[in-house]
Design a binder for this molecule. Structure first.
Ligand SMILES: [Zn+2]
Length: 404
């Protein structure tokens, strides 16, 4: 016998609006409605928590991965490792194994990567996503859809980020065939990785999308067999830019002659540099240098507020420098070499836009990735349920149950 209802939220990392337009064959004939969604400035570490909570990073507390916090750094014990020669850690596989080891020793359950953060700098920083966000209690502030599902005893599936895409889909299909769930959130990561490696125009993208197309059609057919009403949403958190050039910002800042961790500290993401200062002279020198930089811009407080990433306590940086679109900081603390594709540039760029597609009409009020949370609440008939907690650290852009 069929069960009454299943809601599927299927996430393909970096399958943005531009990519969707270039591949009209993808799920052709199944999509009833589709629209672009504004992304959030930053990376998946900021976007994913916003999708599952309806909140901005300023509200849920997760923006970039690392932030300056030498007093509470969970990495103090790694100090002795800094004497080892860096070439040992520069190999990808060694670094991956080390990431797992550090993650376990720190007791983190969330997504963790050491990336290319120099070991000598690690004890200066704290790590934001310490807990797994795909389960109840995963967010520092506010509630995610998983808190609500658990509180209301709704059986659901959430992907396991440590497993490859095929296994994530396979496990979801088994749950569907067993009719053991009413809700699913399944994230697929291969496309993002492929485009980081090969850019957003490579022929392998079409091949991968064909694979996804077949797997998703198969999944949806299985769902139709076992449930009377199946709603599905296929969406993403951001698009992908091709990298057109690099900037060695670390070396440039060093030429200012300031002392690391005495005058200033910085974290170099792939597309943003974030600074904290101990001396006003250092602040002035870095500001003056970056204000006149031809390859990026210093973000104003009002821009940060508009993007929902303004933190009163400047947790993620007192000065945020965003690269011009297509230019990657390399080397950075995220990688020594540039990628072919990268996201985390200006959210207003066409290549930054996310998208959502569904077998149902999409409401006009859904225009930003954090509004996907509204669709989840509607599917679960929990429209009135507040998911946020009062915070003193609000961004101006309240993700809006009010827009309904
Ligand atoms: Zn990515």
């Amino acid at each position: 016998m069929k069960k009454p209802k299943l809601s599927l939220f299927l996430f393909i990392d970096a399958f943005g609006w531009e990519m969707k337009q270039r591949h009209p064959e993808f799920l052709h004939g199944l999509i009833a409605d589709s629209k672009p969604l504004e992304t959030i400035l930053g990376y998946s570490s900021a976007c994913d928590p916003s999708i599952i909570s309806g909140l901005t990073p300023a509200e849920h507390g997760l923006w970039s991965s690392y932030y300056y916090d030498p007093e509470n750094s969970p990495f103090k014990w790694t100090r002795p490792l800094s004497v080892l020669p860096s070439f040992i850690f520069d190999r990808g596989r060694v670094r991956n194994r080390l990431s797992k080891w550090v993650k376990n020793r720190c007791g983190f359950t969330g997504y963790f990567q050491l990336y290319a953060v120099p070991f000598k700098n690690l004890p200066l920083f704290n790590y934001a996503e310490q807990r797994r966000i795909w389960e109840p209690g995963g967010l520092p502030h506010g509630k995610s859809i998983f808190d609500l599902l658990s509180k209301n005893n709704i059986p659901y599936y959430a992907h396991d980020s440590s497993q490859p895409d095929e296994i994530r889909i396979d496990r979801l299909k088994k749950e569907i065939e067993a009719q053991s769930i009413e809700f699913a959130y399944c994230s697929l990561g291969k496309l993002d990785a492929l485009m980081h490696a090969k850019g957003n125009q490579h022929p392998d993208i079409g091949k991968l999308l064909n694979e996804y197309d077949a797997q998703i059609r198969d999944l949806l057919a299985a769902a139709e067999k076992k449930y009377d009403a199946v709603s599905w949403y296929l969406f993403t958190d951001h698009g992908m830019h091709n990298i057109t050039g690099t900037v060695d910002l670390i070396s440039e800042i060093k030429t200012l002659g300031l002392k690391w961790n005495k005058d200033y500290t910085a974290f170099y993401d792939s597309t943003m540099a974030r600074f904290w200062f101990k001396k006003n002279t250092a602040r002035n020198a870095v500001s003056a240098y970056l204000e006149n930089h031809p390859k990026g811009r210093v973000l104003t407080d009002s821009e940060l507020k508009q993007y929902g990433v303004f933190f009163e306590n400047r947790q993620y940086g007192e000065l945020i420098f965003l690269m011009n679109s297509g230019l990657q900081i390399a080397p950075s603390f995220m990688g020594k070499k540039p990628c072919a594709g990268m996201h985390g540039f200006d959210p207003a760029d066409p290549d930054s836009f996310a998208q959502i597609s569904s077998n149902k009409p999409l409401p006009e009020s859904v225009t930003k990735i954090q509004h996907i949370h509204q669709l989840m609440l509607e599917e679960l008939k929990m429209e009135g349920e507040a998911s946020s907690e009062p915070l003193d650290n609000n961004g101006s852009d309240k993700a809006s149950p009010s827009s309904k």
